[in-house]
Design a protein around this ligand. Structure first.
Ligand SMILES: Cc1cc2nc3c(=O)[nH]c(=O)nc-3n(C[C@H](O)[C@H](O)[C@H](O)COP(=O)(O)OP(=O)(O)OC[C@H]3O[C@@H](n4cnc5c(N)ncnc54)[C@H](O)[C@@H]3O)c2cc1C
Length: 305
């Protein structure tokens, strides 16, 4: 068993009890986490993870919460957020080393300001480096793993460096599911700073016109099936604008579900299920969830994902 008094004896960061996860997800839904922890630094993070592991207490990592759907009942166990502990990016020789807590926006800005290319297509993705590595985030034909050299993780009780070839990167997935991502190193080609700034501006503008960014959402709910666009399949199924409770399949982009205000995770899940069933009936294509379900009963992911 773990206890708050034990944790307080060594932990130096922020501790929240019964913390509503809606505060920490871009969809703004999700019930309370038993413990919500923001370690003060890397040593604090390693200590708390070792403590949970030795007590067999469940924990999960979150970054910016922009690719998770947390259940209305919340999360039994602990949620660890490392934004405060690992927020830096730096140059080390010819490598850019980005800690897992930095936002992609700051990472892209750092690279562009250095005149380094190859990551500008990530501009506008509202995640952290840790979440982006786990998800192998990407856009406009590029992925975060393209120029990656290695990832530093906490695995099997120690800090280790995993070379790109052992990282299992594929479309919106990696082999880092059970690890804690601490940092990532990139070797980026040189680019023209002005051109990179323009490209970044252009891509952000494009997102503003094509995505429903004025309402809380989790980005694309489903992966694009090979040769298809999930948004088009959902739109062709006649589901654009479909509403359940205060969740809605966006009128602007059918692969986004938006929170119109006070939506429940169960409403979002109903829409996910409806989209999957209808598209499957119409086309035989089974949409696969891109967003990760957290805090739901074991069998829910297999019903909808
Ligand atoms: C408006 C909008 C647009 C988006 N556009 C895109 C896009 O174009 N392309 C794209 O790929 N994605 C997109 N996304 C999805 C999302 O932003 C990315 O997947 C992002 O990389 C997730 O990062 P995060 O920090 O929010 O991760 P979270 O949602 O917090 O977590 C995602 C997963 O990573 C794990 N995780 C997080 N941090 C760590 C860590 N340090 N160590 C181990 N595990 C960790 C979590 O446990 C979870 O399983 C979009 C989302 C929104 C809301």
């Amino acid at each position: 068993m773990v206890s708050l008094s034990d944790i307080k004896q060594f932990f130096r960061g922020y501790i929240g009890i019964n913390e509503p996860m809606a505060k920490y997800t871009s969809m703004r839904v999700g019930g309370p986490a038993d413990y919500y922890l923001e370690p003060a630094d890397k040593a604090d993070l390693v200590e708390i993870v070792k403590y949970f592991q030795s007590n067999k207490f469940p924990y999960i990592m979150v970054g910016r919460g922009s690719n998770i759907l947390v259940s209305d009942k919340g999360i039994r166990g602990a949620v660890i957020n490392i934004e405060a502990a690992l927020p830096h990016v730096r140059l080390e020789g010819d490598l850019v080393v980005a800690e897992a807590g930095i936002t992609l926006a700051k990472f892209v800005d750092f690279c562009v300001q250095q005149g380094l290319a190859g990551v500008e297509m990530l501009a506008g993705i509202p995640g952290s480096m840790g979440g982006a590595i786990v998800m192998n985030a990407g856009a406009h034909g590029g992925e975060i793993s393209d120029h990656l050299v290695e990832v530093e993780v906490f695995r099997n009780g120690r800090v280790q460096k995993i070379p790109k070839l052992e990282a299992g990167f594929a479309y919106r997935t990696s082999a880092f599911g059970g690890d804690i991502v601490l940092s990532a190193s990139f070797r980026l080609p040189k680019g023209n700073k002005e051109e990179l700034l323009n490209k970044r501006r252009e891509l952000i503008l494009k997102r503003n016109t094509t995505q429903p960014l004025q309402l809380p959402n989790s980005g694309s709910m489903f992966k694009n099936p090979p040769g298809h666009f999930a948004a088009r399949l959902i739109e062709q199924a006649g589901l654009k604008g479909k509403r359940v409770g205060n969740a809605q399949i966006s009128e602007k982009h059918a692969n986004f579900i938006v929170n119109l205000g006070g939506a429940k995770a169960s409403d979002v899940l109903t829409l996910i299920d409806l989209a999957r069933r209808t598209v499957h009936q119409n086309t035989g294509i089974l949409l696969e969830l891109e967003v990760k379900l957290v805090g739901f009963p074991e069998d829910v992911p297999s019903q909808v994902a």
